[in-house]
Write a protein that binds this ligand. Structure first.
Ligand code: F6R
Length: 517
C-alpha cells in the first residue's frame, strides 16, 4: 500500500529544509503548512500536518467549537497527540472513512459540524491520488499546471508554477488531482468555474536584487501609482473613469452618508480618503475600524455608500463589516488590490489599486495606492454630483499624474533617511505629529515604526500635543513632525517650536528646499 511520510520542525522554514536534507520525501502528492500558533504552543507535536490513521490534514483558520468536538471524539476512543484545534479534522474524517465513506464524502460529511474558519487540505493513504480541500472564511486558491495542480493560500506563492487560477468561494470544496480539479459546494452540489489568468508575473514574487520584499515594494510605489491611475483619468475633460463602478447617477445623487471601513494601514488610508471625499463630493464620511463597525449597530440605510478598503480583500473583520452594511441595504464599493478576493466578490463596485502582489508584511505600496484610489473616488463622486467643476478636477488630476514622478524622485536617494535612522536607532519611544491629511500619515508612520523596528511609537494630531503627550517630550524621545508647505504649515510649525522648547529632538518632514523648517 501507499504510505504518508511526515516531516515537521519548529522555528524558521530553513530548519524544515535542513531536516528534509536528512530525511528526504519522495512522492507525487504533498501538503504543507507554516503554523501560526493559536491553540497550543509552537512545538513539533502541534505543528501541521496532523494525522489520524490513514488521514493527514493541514489547516489554516480557527475551529471555534473544537473543545466540544474533541471531547466527543475522545469519548469515542480517539487519542489526540497535539493541543491544536486542527487535529479534530483528522479524527473526524478518519471516523467517516472507517464507516465506509470515501475520502471526498468523508470530508464533506464533517464540515457542517465545524464552527469557525478553515482552509483545509486532506490526504489519505487509502486514496493516494488526490487532495481534498475545503474553504470557509480562510483563503484558498488552486493553480492549474500541465499535468500538475497546486494549492496555496495566496497567489504569489504559485506564480513560479502557473498564472491560471481557480478561486474557491465560501463553503466550497474541491478534489484536486494531477489532471485538474472537481468543484462542489460542501452540500454536494457539483459546479464548474472557469480559471482566471493572472497578469501578475513571477518576477513580482521575487526580491529582484533588493534585500527584502518591503524595500522592493517601497521602490515599486511609482510604478504601482501609475498603474492605479492608468486609463482612469482624462486630463482634457477632467473625467474620472472607474471601470468596475456601475453606480448610476440617481444612486450617486441619493448618497447621504459614506461609511469607510478598514483595518490597520488601510484604515489610515480611509482617514485620508475621508478628507478627499468630503472636500470634493461634500458628503459626510464616517471612518470606522471594521472590528468596531460590525458590532456597533451602525445607522446604515439604503442611501448609505459603504466603502471597504483592503489590500488582500480577505481581512475577516472588513469582510464582516461589509456584509453587515449590505444586509442593512447600503451600496458597497471596495478599494481592493486582489482580484476575485472575497471582498471584491461581495462588492457592488470595485476600484482595484493594481499595486501588484504585496509580499512584505508591512503595507507600503498598498497604502499609497489606496490613498490614490480613494482620491479618484472622491473626484469621481464630485463630478457626478456636480460639487466639483471640470476645471478644478482637471487641475487635481494633473497634479495626481505628477505624483509617481515625485515619489520616484524621493526614492532615488535615501542617504538622509539612513543617516537619521542610524542616529536614533537606540531610541525607545517616538512621537509622530501631523495635521490635516498628515494626521493619518503620522498614525501610519507610528504603526510602521512599531511593526518593523519594534520601537514604541504614537501618532498624534499635532494640535492635540499640548493636551497630553507634551509632558513626555525630552531629549530621549524623537518627534517626527510632518510639515510640508500647505494650509497647515504655520500651525504645525508652531507645534514644532513647542517641542524644541522642551529640548525635544525633531525630525522634520518638509517640502524640498524649505530651509526655514
Ligand atoms: C500594516 C498592515 C496591516 C494591514 C491590515 C489590513 O503594515 O499591513 O495593518 O493594513 O491588516 O489588511 P488588508 O488591507 O489586506 O485588509
Amino acid at each position: 500500500g501507499e504510505q504518508t511520510l511526515v516531516n515537521r520542525t519548529v522555528g524558521k522554514l530553513v530548519s524544515l529544509r535542513e531536516e528534509l536534507k536528512h530525511k528526504p520525501l519522495s512522492g507525487t502528492l504533498g501538503i504543507g503548512h507554516t503554523r501560526w500558533a493559536t491553540h497550543g504552543r509552537p512545538s513539533e507535536e502541534n505543528a501541521h500536518p496532523h494525522t489520524a490513521g490513514p488521514v493527514t490534514v493541514v489547516h489554516n483558520g480557527i475551529v471555534e467549537n473544537h473543545l466540544s468536538l474533541r471531547a466527543s471524539l475522545e469519548a469515542r476512543g480517539h487519542v489526540f497527540t497535539s493541543e491544536t484545534d486542527t487535529e479534530i479534522f483528522s479524527h473526524c474524517i478518519r471516523e467517516k472513512l472507517d464507516a465506509g465513506l470515501d475520502l471526498t464524502a468523508a470530508v464533506r460529511s464533517i464540515l457542517n459540524d465545524i464552527e469557525g474558519s478553515y482552509a483545509i487540505a486532506v490526504i489519505s493513504s487509502t486514496e493516494p491520488d488526490k487532495i481534498v480541500v475545503a474553504k470557509n472564511a480562510s483563503p484558498l486558491v488552486i493553480g492549474l499546471g500541465d499535468g500538475e495542480t497546486f494549492l496555496a493560500s495566496d497567489i504569489p506563492a504559485l506564480l513560479h508554477h502557473t498564472r491560471d487560477f481557480i478561486y474557491l468561494h465560501e463553503q466550497e470544496m474541491a478534489v484536486v488531482t494531477a489532471d485538474g480539479v472537481e468543484l462542489s459546494t460542501i452540500d454536494g452540489e457539483v459546479f464548474e468555474r472557469a480559471p482566471k489568468h493572472i497578469t501578475w508575473t513571477p518576477s513580482q514574487a521575487e526580491k529582484g536584487g533588493y534585500k527584502h520584499f518591503m524595500l522592493k515594494e517601497i521602490h515599486e510605489q511609482p510604478r504601482a501609482m501609475v498603474d492605479t491611475l492608468r486609463g482612469r483619468i482624462s486630463l482634457e475633460t477632467g473625467d474620472v473613469h472607474l471601470e468596475d463602478v456601475t453606480l448610476d447617477d440617481a444612486r450617486v445623487k441619493a448618497i447621504d452618508r459614506i461609511y469607510l471601513c478598514a483595518c490597520g494601514t488601510a484604515w489610515h488610508a480611509g482617514l485620508v480618503g475621508k478628507r478627499f471625499i468630503e472636500q470634493w463630493a461634500r458628503i459626510p464620511v464616517e471612518v470606522d475600524l471594521a472590528s468596531e463597525f460590525r458590532y456597533r449597530d451602525p445607522l446604515v440605510t439604503e442611501n448609505s455608500l459603504f466603502i471597504a478598503v483592503s489590500q488582500s480583500g480577505e481581512t475577516a473583520d472588513t469582510l464582516a463589516a461589509l456584509k453587515e452594511a449590505k444586509r442593512r441595504g447600503a451600496r458597497v464599493l471596495s478599494v481592493c488590490n486582489v482580484m476575485e478576493s472575497s471582498i471584491a466578490r461581495e462588492s457592488d463596485d470595485i476600484v482595484y489599486t493594481h499595486a501588484g502582489p504585496e509580499i512584505g508584511v508591512a503595507s507600503t505600496k498598498a497604502f499609497m495606492t489606496q490613498m490614490l484610489a480613494l482620491n479618484l473616488v472622491a473626484l469621481f463622486l464630485g463630478r457626478r454630483r456636480g460639487t466639483a467643476t471640470a476645471g478644478a478636477v482637471t487641475h487635481a488630476l494633473s497634479q495626481l499624474s505628477q505624483l509617481p514622478g515625485l515619489v520616484e524622485h524621493i526614492l532615488t536617494d535615501s542617504t538622509d533617511v539612513e543617516r537619521i535612522a542610524r542616529k536614533y536607532v537606540a531610541a525607545r519611544d517616538f512621537l509622530y505629529l501631523g495635521r490635516g491629511e498628515n494626521y493619518p500619515i503620522a498614525l501610519e508612520g507610528a504603526v510602521k515604526l512599531k511593526e518593523i523596528s519594534y520601537i514604541h511609537a504614537e501618532g498624534y494630531a499635532a494640535g492635540e500635543m499640548k493636551h497630553g503627550p507634551i509632558a513626555l517630550i525630552d531629549e530621549d524621545m524623537p518627534v517626527v513632525v510632518i510639515s510640508p508647505q500647505g494650509s497647515h504649515y504655520d500651525k504645525t510649525s508652531s507645534n514644532l517650536q513647542e517641542v524644541m522648547a522642551r529640548q525635544g529632538r525633531v525630525i522634520g518632514v518638509a517640502t524640498e528646499g524649505d530651509s526655514d523648517l
